[in-house]
Design a protein around this ligand. Sequence first.
Ligand SMILES: Nc1ncnc2c1ncn2[C@@H]1O[C@H](COP(=O)(O)OP(=O)(O)OP(=O)(O)O)[C@@H](O)[C@H]1O
Ligand SMILES: [Mg+2]
Length: 221
Amino acid sequence: MIVNTAKKYSPKSLDEFIFPNEEACELVTAYSSGEMERPLILYGSSGSGKSLLQRLIPQAIERKETQVNKVICSDLKLPRDIHDLYGRNKQFNHVFTVNGQRYNYFIIEEFYMKSIRLNDALKIELDATLGTDLTIFSTNRFELIDRGILSRSETLEVQPCNSSIFLPHAKKIMQAEEIDISDHDLQVKLNAIYAVYKDNRKYYSIMDALIRKERIQCLTT
Ligand SMILES: Nc1ncnc2c1ncn2[C@@H]1O[C@H](COP(=O)(O)OP(=O)(O)OP(=O)(O)O)[C@@H](O)[C@H]1O
Ligand SMILES: [Mg+2]
């Protein structure tokens, strides 16, 4: 009866991802070809799909179960942690990739590094591993990123989807859950979410609430 639509209907592959605009679609599609080697920095507000893209891009490149190294940036406290992450003592890393993948993947979440020493260590690793390793960062703090890291990377602002762009996905979910709601009413609900939050996560919350309401009403009538 209770559904977590974010869990049940979250995109499982890049084909299902809802792009907020052409620019995002073009850059992400270019990465999914496996030919873009530079680190990618995904930035933007909460719930816009940055972490989701960090998961889906490696899968799209490899087209198979993909091994990735995922860390939260705040766990990288010393330059050594960064060198260890990229495998300082594993020289083969710079020639081979795990499982014959196109890349070794490094997913760094909540990217924010204040220390010059940490940024310098990261710059060295990004240079040394270019072509073999692909690092994808996500952050809400774009304006605080070191210029040297920015210089080495492609950057993409991942914007939240506006309500019209999200509507077709929301309709499919409502249909799959057999909820009787007109396009107009659904659009109005999504508009209200976009006006207040500009957060894709909140679209799922409102759909959960609509489904709950309908099902509880059904039980009591
Ligand atoms: N473009 C999108 N298409 C479909 N679902 C999306 C999209 N963006 C976000 N979602 C949904 O919202 C959830 C949260 O997205 P995600 O974790 O990627 O946000 P984020 O940008 O990393 O936010 P934060 O800055 O808070 O970490 C996803 O798991 C997915 O269910
Ligand atoms: Mg995130």
